[in-house]
Design a protein around this ligand. Structure first.
Ligand code: ADP
Length: 539
């Protein structure tokens, strides 16, 4: 078909689904096709000879004229005023519709015209308005969620932190064995509640990629001993055996996240097992470390194995009472990715399940001089002398609980509520403190400037003339804390931190400092007797 066939061009233009108009340089319509009649409701004959502004709502005629004269100065194929105004067409009955107008210049017999293709974009506008409204709603829901999380994070972490420390102090004073046992269990439950709170808050951050793990030297045996204690009552209550075959290995990893990951696997193993039991084994492999959680439970069908790590995916398992939300394994997968681990599953219906966690060789810490294992004899040598602690915390209940717990562990403790007070006390006491335990956000000083733990330790180190060790506690997991991670002799702990974690961090930092002095003075032996001398040299 050749467009040059007589009448064909006319038919193409006349029958075009877009409304086509040709307007001369004074704005008079010289041609309108059939679709113009359909769109505007005017018969073509009534439109030709009219001003184009007759098809525009009265209130926008001035704007339209200006756009038109602007176009005649720079005619090119383009959309009319799209970025400037929302254009509307006016039908013969006075109703309006949102319009998209595309323009092209035409020349004929030495005269200039403009070809305009007009489309009714009511549907598109409605969809885009609905999308905009949905996005605004989602944004506001997201903001509300973030606000809730920030509040939950702050308002729950602080009292939980106090509760953990007070229970640890209580456990210390409990001499009656039966009561001590009860408080011990209470302590485990509170610690697990703290971890759980963290994980609930973390899933949002895991999903958004905002959560970054805090790597430190972690004793696997320590984590597993906690978990064994946490799950033994549950296993016994369900008539199941719980068997941990543990080798102590130190890993460079995030303790809370590793514990959360293993906790989820153990929780599932017990939940989906009715008879027999659950065992956990640790095995060194050429590629690194393998931790296997094995159960004798209901097992998983091949078709489900591919999906159990998906969000909210649960298999309908008759006879299983406690149902979760199908998030446990999603958290496992996301944490494993963050920590550089892989998780695999082997299972068949009725044949139990084995979840294997593999840590790469790079995550293993060798027992060299810098490793925690090498410091252990030094700790026992100096255990007679406890480092003097300076606690800096603006939240009074947490400050008091910290002081109470640490002093009942035998540490000489002074505590203050602000960075300014810490500097004053440090100067006044001649810098007799050995380790600083500080909150990260310390409120404002007298001049109204917000202070943080990293800035404070910088000042105290200059006053002391040595790399005073510091444990920074914070509920904040944002990038603001990156400055702490790069500080030498500093350990970052997330609130709520349990007492054992805090003490381990203090001892490790302090022991590391004494080890440095011992290296400089090889003749010195770190024993209880010369610990005082080491301390004097350190100070
Ligand atoms: P849930 O909260 O349902 O436990 P998870 O994400 O932890 O959610 O697990 C998803 C599903 O995977 C479970 O509903 C269950 O069907 C299956 N599953 C997980 N662990 C085991 C296991 N050890 N034995 C059998 N099925 C399991």
């Amino acid at each position: 078909m050749q467009p040059s066939e007589p009448g064909l061009m006319h038919q193409i233009v006349e029958q075009s689904p877009d409304a086509l108009l040709v307007v001369d340089d004074s704005g008079v319509i010289v041609f309108a096709n059939a679709a113009v009649t359909t769109l505007f409701g005017f018969p073509s004959a009534a439109i030709v000879g009219q001003s184009i502004e007759a098809l525009v709502p009265e209130r926008s005629r001035g704007v339209h004229q200006r756009l038109r004269s602007g176009y005649s100065e720079a005619p090119e194929t383009r959309e009319m005023g799209a970025r400037l105004v929302a254009l509307s067409g006016r039908r013969s009955d006075g109703t309006e519709f949102p319009a998209e107008i595309r323009l092209a210049p035409i020349q004929n017999g030495g005269r200039h015209f403009v070809l305009a293709a007009v489309r009714d974009v009511t549907d598109r506008r409605r969809i885009s308005d609905a999308l905009g409204a949905a996005r605004a709603e989602a944004d506001s829901a997201n903001k509300a969620k973030s606000r809730f999380l920030a509040t939950a994070s702050h308002d729950l972490r602080q009292p939980l932190q106090s509760l953990q420390l007070l229970t640890a102090a209580l456990a210390r004073r409990m001499t009656e064995p039966a009561l001590a046992e009860l408080v011990g269990r209470q302590q485990t439950a509170i610690v697990s509640m703290g971890d759980l709170l963290n994980s609930l808050l973390d899933i949002t951050r895991l999903e958004s990629g905002a959560l970054q793990p805090t790597f430190s030297a972690v004793s696997l045996a320590g984590v597993l001993a906690d978990l064994e204690q946490q799950f033994e009552t549950l296993a016994a209550a369900r008539g199941l055996t719980l068997d941990f075959a543990v080798t102590d290995v130190w890993l460079r990893t995030d303790r809370v996240l590793l514990r959360q990951l293993l906790q989820n696997l153990l929780n599932n193993a017990l939940k989906f097992t009715a008879t027999g039991g659950v065992s956990l084994s640790v095995e060194r492999a050429a590629t690194g470390l393998r931790i296997a959680v094995v159960d004798t439970g209901i097992g998983i069908a091949a078709a489900d194995i591919a999906r159990i790590f998906d969000e909210y995916y649960r298999v309908d398992s008759p006879g299983i009472e406690s149902r979760g939300f199908g998030l446990g394994l999603t958290i496992v997968r996301q944490i494993a990715r963050l920590l550089g681990f892989t998780v695999t599953v082997q299972s068949a219906p009725g044949a139990g399940a084995t979840f294997t966690l593999e840590a790469p060789a790079a995550a293993l810490i060798k027992g060299d001089a810098a490793g925690p294992a090498a410091l252990a004899p030094l700790y026992s040598g100096i255990s007679a002398v406890k480092p003097g602690l300076l606690i800096v915390e603006d939240d009074a209940p947490v400050r008091e609980a910290l002081a109470l717990m640490l002093s009942s562990e035998g540490y000489p403790v002074r505590s203050v509520e602000s960075a300014g007070a810490a500097e004053a006390l440090f100067a006044e006491s001649g810098g007799e403190f050995d380790v600083v335990v500080s909150d990260y956000h310390l409120g404002s000083d007298e001049t109204g400037r917000a202070r943080n733990g990293a800035e404070l330790i910088d000042v105290l180190r200059r006053l002391a003339g040595r790399d005073l060790p510091v444990v920074i506690l914070s509920g904040d997991t944002t990038s603001a804390l990156e400055s702490v991670k790069s500080l030498p002799r500093a350990t970052l702990l997330r609130k709520p931190a349990d007492a054992a974690q805090l003490i381990a961090a203090i001892e490790q930092l302090f022991g590391g400092c004494l080890l440095c002095i011992k290296k400089k003075r090889p003749g010195l032996r770190a024993t209880g007797r010369n610990a005082e001398e080491l301390l004097r040299l350190w100070r």
